[in-house]
Design a protein around this ligand. Structure first.
Ligand SMILES: Cc1ncc(COP(=O)(O)O)c(C=O)c1O
Length: 310
């Protein structure tokens, strides 16, 4: 008899999850048990916002900035949280402590939730808050971090900012995922998306920087205002490196001396090539200086918050 399930799904008990812990619907559970109801609009409509802060050697990095952005995103989507800011901060500390992790990827999520009557009016939904801490994860593997990412600029444009506000951190990633498959098909490792006018925006989980004539450029529009992007700009100021936040053209990127991406999941990572064309340096001197200072700041009490009760 022909197998009607050529790609059999493993039994639920055999599906692996990373270690860590989640807080959902009022209690802490292992990651394997952290589930949302199928009627949650976060799942059905991507109607959710989230933030990710990292913990490095038992210290949150720039926690205040992540809390500011998350609370602003929740307000912009007209959702509400079961905690005030202090309550949220305390819960994140508790989640990290319970996870037992020293280096962690800590995500907080607010979904629209579900409506008890399956009403189609988002005002009837009961918002849901979830937090979890899992081991620190990277946007690039060790080899890619050492030599830089092979980047492709996709033909699929980024969802217009007028339709989905990119400053509200969101899960509208079908454009990014389509772009990733295009990048893999074209021999790349990761992807950058342009806006409808042809200016560069960002990629799946990171912001973009190009260094031209010794000056650092990053897009001013159509992007999430990444905390690592802000950190890179702060570090440029500290190091006396000129920086410009303005529309970024393909010409500037392909003519750059060096380029890099920024993300909570890995910091400052060099780009080795664009559409198969190698950049002159990867990692370049400025990328290296910024990245070294970025990691040094992880021990600076002004930029970090020790995990409480440790
Ligand atoms: C679309 C997008 N852009 C940029 C970033 C980088 O933001 P941050 O530096 O705050 O991690 C992310 C992070 O996940 C992202 O999802």
């Amino acid at each position: 008899m022909p197998d009607s399930q050529p790609h059999a799904t493993p039994a639920p008990s055999e599906i692996q999850f990373p270690p860590g812990i989640a807080w959902i619907d009022g209690s802490f559970v292992p990651m394997s048990e952290a589930r949302i109801p199928v009627l949650d609009w976060g799942f059905l409509r991507s109607d959710a916002t989230y933030d990710v802060v990292h913990v490095w050697k038992n210290r949150f990095f720039r926690l205040d900035k992540h809390l500011d952005r998350f609370l602003a995103s929740v307000a912009k989507l007209r959702m509400s949280l079961p905690f005030d800011r202090e309550g949220l901060e305390a819960l994140l500390h508790e989640t990290v402590v319970k996870s037992g992790l020293e280096d962690a990827y800590v995500e907080m999520i607010c979904t629209r939730g579900h409506s008890p009557t399956f009403s189609r009016d988002p005002r009837d939904a009961i918002n849901r808050f979830i937090a979890f801490a899992i081991p620190f994860g990277w946007i690039a593997d060790e080899t890619q971090r050492a030599r830089g990412l092979r980047m492709i600029v996709a033909s699929v444009p980024r969802i217009p900012a007028a339709s989905v506000d990119p400053t509200v951190k969101n899960y509208h990633w079908l454009d990014m995922v389509k772009g990733l498959y295009e990048a893999y098909d074209r021999g790349g490792e990761n992807v950058l998306l342009k806006d409808l006018e042809g200016f560069l925006t960002e990629g799946p989980g990171f912001n973009l920087f190009a260094v031209k004539d010794g000056k650092v450029h990053t897009p001013d529009r159509g992007v999430l205002e990444g905390i690592t992007r802000q950190t890179a700009l702060d570090l440029c100021r500290e190091l006396g490196i000129p920086a410009q936040v303005a529309p970024l053209s393909m010409e500037t990127l392909t003519g750059a001396e060096e380029a890099f991406v920024t993300s909570t999941a890995g910091g400052i990572v060099a780009i080795a090539s664009i559409d198969g064309q190698a950049l002159p340096a990867s990692p370049g001197a400025i990328t290296r200086r910024l990245s070294d200072l970025y990691w040094a700041k992880h021990e600076d009490p002004g930029w970090t918050t020790p995990i409480l009760t440790r």
